[in-house]
Design a protein around this ligand. Sequence first.
Ligand SMILES: Nc1ncnc2c1ncn2[C@@H]1O[C@H](COP(=O)(O)OP(=O)(O)OP(=O)(O)O)[C@@H](O)[C@H]1O
Ligand SMILES: [Mg+2]
Length: 396
Amino acid sequence: MWTGMLETSPREASLAGSFGEVIENKRIIVCVGSGGVGKTTTAASFAIEAARRGKHALVLTIDPAKRLATSLGLEGLGHEVQLVARERLEAIGECQPGGSLAAMMLDQKQAFDEMVENYATDAEAVKRIFENPLYQQIAGTLTGAQEYAALTKLHAFDKSGEYDIIVVDTPPTSHALDFLDAPKKLSQAIDSPAIEMFRKMQKGGSLSAIGKTGSYVFKMLAKFVGSQFIEDIALFFNEFNEILGGFKERADEVMTLLHRDDVSFVIVTSPEAMAVSEALFFHERLLETDMPFAGFAVNKVHTSMPVDLTRDGLVEELGKLESIKGLGLQATCLRMGAETLLDAHSELERVARTDRIAIQRLKNAAPKTIRTEVPFFRDDVHHIESLGRLRGFLFG
Ligand SMILES: Nc1ncnc2c1ncn2[C@@H]1O[C@H](COP(=O)(O)OP(=O)(O)OP(=O)(O)O)[C@@H](O)[C@H]1O
Ligand SMILES: [Mg+2]
């Protein structure tokens, strides 16, 4: 269904009217958003829904809460694909025949190792790289490495053609934009002038290969960390250079993939002001870079529940409750209790009003795109039942 968004962006204009239609029409769904807003939970829900609609779905998840993995029967979820038992899906509701849900928890280090193995031509060099302490450090902590690993894994699964739909969860970055910048950042980091100097030094066989200033800097550095360490770094970067070519090529391919028409970004956000600002920023960035945007999944929304009770009215109602009667409380106690309850309620109403204002900001920025609202549940979303409830709000 066309939503007539031509006034904002041709890419948004081609969107479906619900996340259900997004699942029907897209092959890759990327859930992005700031930390803790519900990306992993939403990504799991999208994949579950796709499987229930009869698709072979895969969710690439990052560090899911243990209890979420447990409730899907994926306790030992590691860096390999695992199938979610069909009964688990059926526990949520009716499932069309033929669907399946596979899940994989991305392990950044392992994804990096796989890339090194894929791109290196010499098995001995792979061994040396893996043994190099510097590599251990880099594979785990380099800026954007986790995002990059997620994207390359996505690329590989997409190419394999094994799944009808792949849902990608993204890392808990404080800044959702990190995800889009990851491939560029990573190549820039590895390609920095300092690293280039290490490479030249190792290739040239001596410090003179990097000029006067360079060799002075390295001599000083060697005083602090030892010349063996400097040599280890230089050797590492030279061996890594070959793999780097593959890294960069892959980064370009991944960027092309993310622009495809069968890809869709879902921006997950809470109604918290900072998260909404970030979501809006990310939305702008998607439009600027002509990336396909599906809509906003607003999660953890406080809903307004107005009550028409005065303190005395509440005292009267409380007094009627059997459980309260049994306590034999004095009238002053009941009045104090009623006041506390009314205060808590008005605080919740205030939060609900603030949430509405924040959601209105999203509405103003993209009035015709999909925008679902999932309430802030009393408990974490870790059970099949709560995933089922969440599903109702996301897909109707
Ligand atoms: N609608 C909701 N109501 C209540 N709790 C929720 C809701 N959605 C998610 N949660 C809970 O909030 C926590 C964070 O959710 P989740 O892990 O999906 O967020 P995330 O964006 O992936 O976080 P991170 O950025 O750390 O990866 C989890 O404990 C989850 O169960
Ligand atoms: Mg997460």
